[in-house]
Write a protein that binds this ligand. Structure first.
Ligand code: FA5
Length: 339
């Protein structure tokens, strides 16, 4: 019986394979439930007493040899299969992963933010559901002020009033509640107005508000900031300010950029004038500063508000504002390579 174990020991030591199935067969033959090891352990009772110590020692040696052999061959097999990889041809071209595209409104918003960030403006945000104070009253638009009709409002609840903000100017107020001058911030966001939908107007659209308050801020600063903006965004360096009215700025202006009259498209979008309106702006009304406990004798400021949809229409030649919200891939896929 001792010779049997010695024979097996020799066999185990000699065993080599690079085949996983063969290794498994080997393991089962020795270490399986009905395998050689169990059988040899069962025979232990029949071993003559004087041989028992040597038999036991050799049997344990055999058991350990089987375990070591199985472990080391398994490791070798794993290493070999890692070396061989998955069997794929690694020189094959990669899969064409589909590329997404940013929405033209996001592209435009990001470009505008980037321009103002470069001249020291930070980005702030406010809620789309607003109260009367932030959307109207604090902006020098007390109740029954006729200028409230300039922006048809979706009211959610009366007394106290909750409404969908009609412009991002409400974020000016929220910002000035928390921060004191010097203030240089732009506030992008979605706004809502109860208007007829047409090629250039929607009931929901996006604006970017700008606010600059410090000592000695003048209309010249406003003009120069807007000029920098139009040069950077459109590459256009001719702008004009037309007198206008906003309750929260005094004086107020509509800003036009000279687009030119080179193509038929230019004629159409500028109605033959070459000029395009791009934003409302003005010097922050002292009443607004005082509402925010900012000393209007010491500080002055300018503010402006522009519509992202209309700017994106100009940048990308999009003819109808409704196209932004239709999710038509034929439009969206055109922006794959646009940053
Ligand atoms: C305002 O909303 C003022 N809060 C802007 C402002 C801010 C003036 C700070 C002075 C100081 P207005 O209603 O003109 O202004 O709107 C600003 C821009 O929003 C417009 O120039 C236009 O580009 C865009 N806009 C207005 N109504 C619509 C609409 N229905 N659909 C799409 N864009 C619109």
């Amino acid at each position: 019986m001792i010779e049997d174990i010695e024979k097996y020991l020799e066999e185990v030591r000699q065993f080599q394979t690079a085949d996983g199935e063969e290794l498994e067969k080997f393991r089962i033959r020795f270490a399986g439930k009905k395998g050689i090891l169990n059988e040899l352990f069962a025979r232990f009772k029949q071993v003559p007493k004087e041989d028992k110590p040597r038999y036991g020692k050799l049997l344990n040696e055999l058991k350990k040899a089987v375990e070591d052999k199985v472990r080391s061959l398994r490791e070798e097999l794993a290493r070999a299969s890692a070396r061989a990889g998955s069997g794929e041809d690694l020189t094959k071209p990669g899969y064409p992963y589909p590329l997404g595209a940013r929405h033209p409104l996001s592209i435009t918003k990001n470009r505008i933010i980037d321009i103002f960030k470069r001249i020291g403006f930070n980005v702030s945000e406010g809620p789309e559901i607003e109260d009367d104070w932030h959307n109207f009253t604090a902006l020098n638009l007390p109740e029954y002020h006729p200028a409230r009709d300039m922006q048809d409002t979706f009211f959610i609840r009366r007394n106290p009033d909750w409404l969908l903000r009609t412009h991002t100017s409400s974020v000016q107020i929220r910002y000035m509640e928390k921060h004191k001058p010097p203030i240089r911030t732009i506030s992008p966001g979605r706004v809502y107005r109860n208007e007829d939908i047409s090629t250039r107007s929607h009931i929901q659209f996006h604006q970017i508000e700008g606010l600059y308050v410090d000592e000695g801020v003048s209309f010249a600063d406003l003009k120069h900031t807007i000029l920098f903006f139009t040069k950077e965004l459109f590459g256009k360096s001719k702008i004009r300010f037309r007198p206008s009215y906003f309750p929260f700025t005094e004086p107020s202006a509509e800003v036009d950029v000279y687009w030119g009259l080179k193509t038929e498209h230019d004629y159409r979008i500028t109605k033959g004038t070459g000029w395009l309106e791009i934003m409302g702006a003005g010097m922050v009304d002292p009443n607004v500063l005082e509402n925010m406990q900012i000393d209007s004798q010491k500080y002055t400021g300018f503010a402006f508000g522009l519509g992202i949809e209309r700017i994106a229409m100009l940048l990308f030649g999009i003819p109808d504002i409704r196209m932004y919200y239709e999710n038509d891939l034929r439009l969206l896929e055109q922006f794959k390579s646009v940053l």
